[in-house]
Design a protein around this ligand. Structure first.
Ligand code: HAM
Length: 430
């Protein structure tokens, strides 16, 4: 016997028993995005490796350890997107999308790929609902983005989330901070091999290294807030005052640095206060230099991404039930072979004109099995077509729960059916 091919480690199939939950969350995300004026963008699953090296940063763990990178048949180095911001920035520059009205507000719901050690809430293929705003420099935009995410969580009924914010400054602040960090880490004790190498190139990355040695060494490291210039302090203070006015509670965490290199000024994370594992449900911040760094115009920008798997996990843990949609409104069973075509035609009309979820048998089941199947599908109504119905032109629609019945006229004539088909075909051809 041939062996069964299994899915790769760290990836999951989203089966029908769960896919409706995803659909529900995605609908909430899409509707809210529309209310906040965000338009959808879809970018490719794979991009040139250089895009992520230059944006996410070639010293980051994501680029150094977690990317799915390969040479394609044309010997180009290709990477499966590990995050969404880089691709959106590339697309905005390449398509000159910023030429229109600013701010430009985009959202996406996509899959991403990171070669991480799989565990609950951490996968090698995962999904994010993310958004990016291009144009505004004002901290009001930062508050607006945070309000957008909070509204999303509120609409889903999620509790126990803490918002952590920080400012990691502009290029000037970071240069001064970098000098201080290099000085501190050169005497702070052992670092992992990787961090020892990147100490002089990018000391910020030591602050979010997961290695025990680096964590210990980072404990008393100076914090960025001590090195912020006046403009960055003012920007951060204004953001806090907006959040206060909006009654959005937050914790200022001067040690929050984020694991991607492109951030400037505001960074934030929503963390699940009950989870001991992967507790970051959403991460984001400003990246005012990235578009210019990637060859585009200077365009301040900011954004966020919510991890969909972690969100669903939280909803499950908080017993937030998502109502299962009605899969089958009515099941039309045939009492014998000769009524098969009638059930087919009737279903067609109900489905297309009535927008009714309608099922009938396409696998030669006898009447008993069809009724059993209707039950399994959770059909709300059942209609059996047999000789009596054919002769009388009436059928009995039965409510499967209450057992109530309703007599309805059946069988539109064939001309009507033909006309219906023609209307649909004409409609499709437009
Ligand atoms: P990130 O913090 O790397 O940020 O990821 C955002 C969220 O994606 C995390 O908070 C987490 O919920 C989820 N996530 C990350 N890695 C995994 C994984 N391996 N398995 C499951 N979920 C995961 C970004 O990706 C930035 N692009 C966000 C952003 C947009 N910043 C500005 N604009």
């Amino acid at each position: 016997m041939r062996s069964i091919i299994k899915a790769q480690r760290g990836v999951r199939d989203i089966l029908p028993k769960d896919s409706y939950k995803w659909r529900f969350i995605e609908d909430v995300a899409r509707n809210l995005s529309a209310s906040f004026g965000f338009k959808e963008i879809r970018t490719p699953v794979f991009e040139s490796t250089e895009l992520f090296e230059r944006s996410v940063g070639d010293e980051t763990d994501v680029v150094q350890k977690e990317m799915y990178t390969f040479l394609d048949k044309g010997k180009r180095s290709i990477t499966l997107r590990p995050e969404g911001t880089a691709g959106v920035v590339r697309s905005v520059i390449e398509n000159s999308v910023f030429g229109g009205a600013l701010p430009l507000k985009l959202f996406y719901i996509n899959s991403f790929y990171r070669y991480e050690k799989p565990q609950a809430g951490r996968y090698r293929e995962f999904y994010q609902f993310g958004a990016e705003v291009f144009g505004p420099e004002s901290p009001q935009a930062d508050a607006e983005v945070i309000l957008f995410i909070s509204s999303f969580f509120d609409e889903l009924g999620i509790k126990n989330l803490a918002l952590k914010i920080n400012s990691i400054g502009c290029t000037l602040c970071r240069e001064r901070y970098s000098v201080a960090l290099k000085g501190y880490f050169s005497t702070a004790g052992d670092l992992c091999e990787h961090c020892a190498q990147r100490l002089h190139r990018n000391p910020f990355r030591i602050l979010d290294c997961k290695d025990e040695k680096c964590r210990n060494a980072s404990r008393d490291a100076p914090v960025i807030t001590e090195f912020l210039c006046k403009e960055c302090v003012d920007h951060f203070d204004l953001l806090k005052s907006y959040l206060d006015s909006l009654k959005i509670s937050y914790i200022v965490d001067p040690r929050a640095v984020r694991g991607l290199d492109y951030y400037t000024k505001t960074v934030f994370e929503f963390v699940d206060t009950f989870s001991r594992g992967q507790n970051s449900v959403c991460g984001g911040g400003r990246y005012d230099n990235l578009t210019e760094q990637m060859g585009g115009p200077k365009l301040p920008a900011l954004g966020f991404a919510v991890g969909m798997e972690r969100l669903l996990l939280m909803m499950e843990q908080q017993n937030l039930e998502i109502q299962k949609p009605q899969d089958c409104d009515i099941y039309i069973a045939n009492a014998a072979e000769e009524f098969k075509l009638t059930t087919m035609k009737l279903s067609f009309i109900l489905r297309v004109f009535g927008k009714i979820n309608c099922e009938y048998d396409i696998s030669d089941k006898n009447l008993r099995s069809q009724v059993r199947h209707a039950d399994k599908l959770g059909a709300r109504f059942l209609l059996v077509i047999g000789q009596k119905e054919k002769d009388s032109g009436f059928g009995i629609v039965k409510n499967m729960k209450t057992k109530e019945t309703l007599k309805v006229p059946l069988f539109p004539d064939d001309d009507f059916l033909k006309a219906a088909r023609n209307i649909i075909l004409a409609h499709l051809a437009q």
